[in-house]
Each structure stands twice: as structure tokens, then as C-alpha cells.
Design a protein around this ligand. Structure first.
Ligand SMILES: CC1=C(CCC(=O)O)c2cc3nc(cc4[nH]c(cc5[nH]c(cc1n2)c(C)c5CCC(=O)O)c(CCC(=O)O)c4C)C(CCC(=O)O)=C3C
Ligand SMILES: [Fe+2]
Length: 313
């Protein structure tokens, strides 16, 4: 008799996005912890989605594809274990709690959680893990988590390729003449007092790419800060572009949003429309590195960290 095959659930967590334009209000209200947005705030978000959405919301499609590709990769590479992937979204259905519940309904007894964001902050990944952990505890599911993977060699390989490809788009321009700006989603400045690892982990990823390529003209910048009363981590990418112009640091800028792993609002609107507009006004040539989406190297990195976590259980 052969041993019964080990079955491991994988809760793949991501931010979540609406499924249709009429769901934007409910989605935004969830992000705001149950407080509905003002009509102006809602219209502003609707306008931004309308500018990037052609039928399907890009993040929905990308997350679906990433989860499928990860499941395929895990099972191909590790035929001795059956990995079954479930989605758990922070602000849209299927919510994180729904994913945990489905694993239990499907008879799974152990699971690994991973977030489609490589860098840990108590305000981002920490929040995902807390919700999954609570639901798993309530339902008696044995669950452990990948907290971050900001220096995984295959992630660095994938991002390095993206930066190389981006640099090649500045034809006839020496790479030292292109200012490379690594970005991630800003967070309220109070995370600094909490000794949150987020800024440091983002710099680690940036420096690993810089070392691989021998970049000399680079910096880190934040993007997509909220418009709340409190200060957010700075400098913002729009101010970075302004400084590059006023201090004459370069005419060419390559933005590399290392904090995000797929195409969505923050990439397709905040960078490709808003930052691009600012660059144009300043006379800067701005390019943006391609998103990882289902890049096979990224899928391998995810598969490796999930497998390693499953082995630790
Ligand atoms: C750290 C971080 C990540 C990266 C890590 C991760 O991926 O988790 C991230 C990703 C994303 N954020 C997204 C969308 C939004 N985030 C908002 C608001 C906020 N984000 C925050 C943080 C983060 N956000 C915070 C502290 C707020 C303030 C409210 C709060 O305290 O929670 C708002 C409200 C309006 C606005 O401010 O624009 C929207 C619409 C989408 C989906 C895009 C799409 O649908 O295509 C994605 C991938
Ligand atoms: Fe966000």
C-alpha cells in the first residue's frame, strides 16, 4: 500500500479589486473600514478605474492567472505533495476568510499562506496574515505563513531582467544617464516609529538589483500615497520627477515599481497616466518596467517559498 498523498492548501492573498464598475463603492467602503467615501472621493476613484479598465479589471485577471500558474508550478516541481491553491482577497470577494473556509470545507488539514507582495509591513502583509490566522484558528486549520521574500534570488533575477529591458528602451543613451527610480506604495509615516521592516526590505530589493547591474544613477521613491490628514512616507514619485528636473540629474527616467507584482490601478493609472503626465510637463523621457504578472521566474520564487514553508510545518 502506498502512503496517502499529502495535501496542502495554499492561501494566495492579494489586495483585491472590484469585479465591475458598480462594485467600486462597496470596495472603497471596505478599504475605508466601513466608512462610505464622499461622492467626490467615489467619483475620483471611478474616473481612475474607467481610465484603465477595458472590460475586465486588470488586477482580477492577473491575480487569477498568478494563482493558477503558482498551483501548476508547485505540483509540477513537487509531485509528492498535492498543493491546492485558494484565493483570499483583502478587500473583495473571495475574502481572506472565505479562502480559509473553503480549504476547511474541502477537507484540508494544513495550509500555507502567501501574499502577492514581497515586502512585509504590519500595515499590509501583517494585516493579511492576522485575518487568515484568526479564521484558521477558529476553524481548527493548521496554518503557517510566508512573511516576505524580498531577496529571493529568482525574484531578483526577474526584476533585474525587467530593469535591463527598460534601460534598452532608451536607445543610444548610456545607462548612467538614465535615472532608475524604484518605487512602492507609500504608507503613513507612523510605521517608522513602529520599526516596521517595510522601508528596509524595499531598499534591500533595490540594492540587490543595483548591484547586479552596477547602476550608479538611482534612488528610491514612494507612490500612491493616500490623501488623509496624516503624513505619508516621502518623497513621492511626482516630487522625485520634479527634483530630477530642477537638480538636472537626468533627462531620462526608468521607474521600477518593485513593491507591486502585477498590473493594476497603481501601475496603470498612478504611473502610466499621472506620473507620465508630470514627466511630459517637465520634459523628461519616462519609461516604466514591465510588471511581473505570471513571469516564470516570479512563479518559481513563489513556489520555492511556499514549498519551503510547507516543509517547516
Ligand atoms: C502597502 C499597500 C499596497 C501594496 C501591498 C499589497 O498589494 O497589499 C497596496 C496595494 C494596492 N492598493 C490598491 C487599491 C487601493 N488602495 C487604497 C488605499 C490604501 N492602500 C494602502 C496600502 C497599500 N495598498 C493604504 C494604507 C491605503 C489607505 C487606506 C487603508 O488604510 O487601507 C485605495 C483607496 C483609494 C486611494 O487611496 O486611491 C485603493 C483603491 C490596489 C488595487 C488596485 C486595483 O484595483 O487595480 C492594490 C494592489
Ligand atoms: Fe492600496
Amino acid at each position: 500500500m502506498s502512503q496517502p498523498i499529502r495535501r496542502v492548501g495554499v492561501l494566495v492573498m492579494s489586495y483585491g479589486t472590484p469585479e465591475s464598475l458598480d462594485q467600486i463603492e462597496a470596495y472603497y467602503t471596505h478599504i475605508r473600514r466601513g466608512h462610505p467615501p464622499t461622492p467626490e472621493q467615489l467619483q475620483d476613484l471611478k474616473d481612475r478605474y474607467e481610465a484603465i479598465v477595458g472590460g475586465v479589471f486588470p488586477l482580477r485577471e492577473n491575480t487569477d492567472k498568478q494563482v493558477k500558474a503558482l498551483e501548476a508550478r508547485l505540483n509540477e516541481k513537487h509531485p509528492g505533495t498535492a498543493f491546492i491553491c485558494y484565493q483570499g482577497l483583502k478587500h473583495a470577494a473571495p475574502f481572506i476568510e472565505d479562502g480559509v473556509e473553503r480549504m476547511v470545507q474541502d477537507g484540508l488539514e494544513e495550509a500555507v499562506g502567501v501574499v502577492l507582495a514581497p515586502h512585509y509591513s504590519v500595515m499590509s502583509v501583517g494585516g493579511y496574515i492576522k485575518r487568515a490566522e484568526e479564521k484558521a484558528k477558529e476553524l481548527g486549520l493548521k496554518m503557517s505563513f510566508v512573511r516576505s521574500y524580498q531577496l529571493h534570488p529568482k525574484l531578483i533575477d526577474a526584476l533585474t531582467e525587467r530593469v535591463e529591458e527598460g534601460l534598452r528602451r532608451f536607445e543610444g543613451v548610456d545607462k548612467d544617464q538614465v535615472r532608475v527610480v524604484f518605487t512602492a506604495h507609500s504608507l503613513p509615516e507612523k510605521i517608522l516609529e513602529m520599526k516596521d521592516p517595510y522601508p528596509e526590505q524595499l531598499l534591500e530589493t533595490s540594492k540587490a538589483i543595483v548591484d547586479r547591474l552596477g547602476l550608479t544613477n538611482w534612488q528610491f521613491g514612494w507612490q500612491s500615497a493616500g490623501k488623509t490628514g496624516v503624513p505619508w512616507l516621502a518623497p513621492d514619485i511626482l516630487d522625485v520627477l520634479q527634483t530630477i528636473r530642477t537638480e538636472n540629474q537626468a533627462d531620462n527616467v526608468l521607474v521600477c515599481p518593485i513593491g507591486f507584482v502585477s498590473d493594476h490601478l497603481e501601475i496603470l493609472y498612478d504611473l502610466d497616466i499621472e506620473a507620465q503626465q508630470t514627466a511630459k510637463e517637465l520634459g523628461l523621457h519616462l519609461e516604466r518596467t514591465l510588471s511581473l504578472n505570471t513571469d516564470p521566474l516570479y512563479m518559481e520564487a513563489l513556489s520555492d517559498v511556499v514549498y519551503a514553508q510547507a516543509e517547516r510545518v
